[in-house]
Design a protein around this ligand. Structure first.
Ligand code: UDP
Length: 337
């Protein structure tokens, strides 16, 4: 049976890659996005990649009447919810705006899903819900909380809201996917991450430095208790991550209730290792200097991946070299947009 999947926030970095995977596999896709952090031509690009044009509504997912109309016009079978603000630093400066936006979109979606009898939801969560008190590798049964910024708390709070909703309605089927560090881009070079202004995240900063847009990368701290002193993260290729969402949809079809599942590789890579791999596979230099630690950063963060393998039959396949190659290809092609 063909399924019709609603993607609030589906024009963004991760949403667009999930849309490409779904369209390629014959799902119908309806994207809802206010384009506050995405571009309208992503829809054209998805059509070029897949040969199918997704339905698109330029609306805010927290706009109840507008969302209501989307549900009225499309027989939605499941929702994959990406709509939310995601800049950690900005969330510290504008906490109320982050809580308002991220919680509002989720609550509006849940109400509208309920009005239309839609029971399946995959939520874009984050490893940040493990906070500062759990040791890596993170397993899904560890306590949630101890987040270091409002962005992280919105993810933890939304997970709680979804858990409570599942208790109240046993027919709901919800999977919270906890992403580690998504990087890379689609191999077509047509979609990828488009940070607004100066990037906060490591990979876009590396690609912009390699491209000469930034003078040098600041490596935030080289005195962590890690092999080379720099932070260790679980970088995961966004196309692997997207495939994890398709697997989660199949899982949720058959499993009522709430689940949290990590999407990571299970392997830690340090900041300097990533810089070194990027420079060598792309044969380009990435000037950097060691800078003070960034507040709120953990030394080490990587996933336990057993649950994803067991429940979803999914595991990441692409290497750090693939991530570096695809991120660089995207940097070069996006410069021409
Ligand atoms: N990082 C860095 N320089 C930068 C951006 C990030 O050294 O310009 C480091 C950061 O301290 C962390 C890692 O890169 O150890 C990943 O940071 P990112 O912001 O990409 O993701 P996070 O793990 O914080 O969600």
């Amino acid at each position: 049976m063909k399924k019709n999947i609603l993607l609030p926030g589906g024009a963004g970095f991760i949403g667009s890659h999930v849309a490409a995977e779904l369209l390629t596999r014959g799902y119908d896709v309806v994207i809802v996005d206010d384009l506050s952090n995405a571009r309208a031509d992503v829809i054209d690009r998805l059509e070029r990649i897949t040969g199918v044009r997704p339905a698109f509504y330029r609306i805010d997912a927290a706009d109840k009447p507008a969302l209501e109309q989307v549900f009225a016009e499309n027989a939605i079978d499941a929702v994959i919810h990406f709509a939310g603000y995601k800049a950690v630093g900005e969330s510290v400066a504008k906490p109320v705006s982050y809580y308002r936006n991220n919680l509002d979109t989720t609550l509006t979606l849940l109400e509208t899903m309920s009005d239309h009898g839609v029971k399946e939801l995959i939520f874009s969560s984050s490893a940040t819900v493990y906070g500062v008190d759990n040791p890596a590798p993170y397993t899904e049964d560890m306590p949630r909380g101890g987040c270091t910024n409002p962005y992280g708390w919105t993810k933890a709070m939304i997970e709680q809201i979804l858990q409570d909703a599942c208790v109240a309605d046993p027919a709901l089927r919800v999977v919270c996917l906890r992403y580690f560090n998504p990087v890379g881009a689609h191999e077509s070079g047509l979609i990828g991450e488009m940070p607004n202004g100066i990037p906060n995240n490591l990979m876009p900063y590396i690609t912009q430095t390699a491209a000469g847009i930034r003078k040098e990368l600041s490596v935030f701290g080289n005195d962590y208790p890690t092999p080379d002193g720099t932070g260790v993260r679980d970088f995961i290729h966004v196309v692997d991550l997207a495939k994890g969402h398709v697997a989660a949809l199949s899982y949720a079809d058959a499993h009522p209730g709430w689940e949290a599942i990590n999407l990571g590789t299970g392997c830690g890579t340090s900041v300097l290792e990533l810089v070194g791999t990027f420079a060598s596979v792309n044969d380009i230099s990435v000037p950097y200097r060691i800078a003070p630690r960034r507040s709120g950063d953990l030394a080490v963060c990587y996933a336990a991946t057993d649950k994803a393998r067991r429940l979803l039959g999914w595991q990441a396949e692409k290497t750090v070299a693939d991530m570096c190659r695809d991120s660089w290809r995207w940097q070069q092609s996006s410069a021409k947009l």
